[in-house]
Design a protein around this ligand. Structure first.
Ligand SMILES: [Ca+2]
Ligand SMILES: [Ca+2]
Length: 103
């Protein structure tokens, strides 16, 4: 991820980072690592790459590449579907007949 450090925008809102490359979008804010704190799941639309920022409040603790999923697949929602305390990332094929689970 090509990012630049920032602190606040022109309206005074906290800016964690500015992502310099187009195509990245936030696709989930669940607790991916089970520490009880919300994390930021990013997806790069053109490539399908998934990237995770684990967070401690407003601080980015780690930045990790997770996987690359066919960009035609859609993230259908995040949540802890298997009860292990970590948010899951189900993705569905365009025809909705197949779903992959990324834990
Ligand atoms: Ca977390
Ligand atoms: Ca889970």
């Amino acid at each position: 991820m090509d990012v630049d450090d920032e602190r606040r925008d022109e309206d005074g809102r906290v800016v964690l980072r500015t992502v310099g490359e187009p195509g990245w979008a936030i696709r989930g804010l669940g607790d991916q690592n089970g520490d009880g704190k919300a994390d930021v799941l990013w997806r790069h639309g053109p490539t399908g790459m998934l990237y995770l920022w684990t967070m401690n409040g407003k601080t980015i603790v780690t930045e990790t590449y997770l996987a690359t999923v066919d960009p035609t697949y859609v993230i259908v929602g995040t949540g802890d579907y298997n009860g292990d305390g970590r948010s899951d990332v189900p993705v569905a094929a365009p025809d909705k007949r197949r779903t992959l689970g990324l834990g």
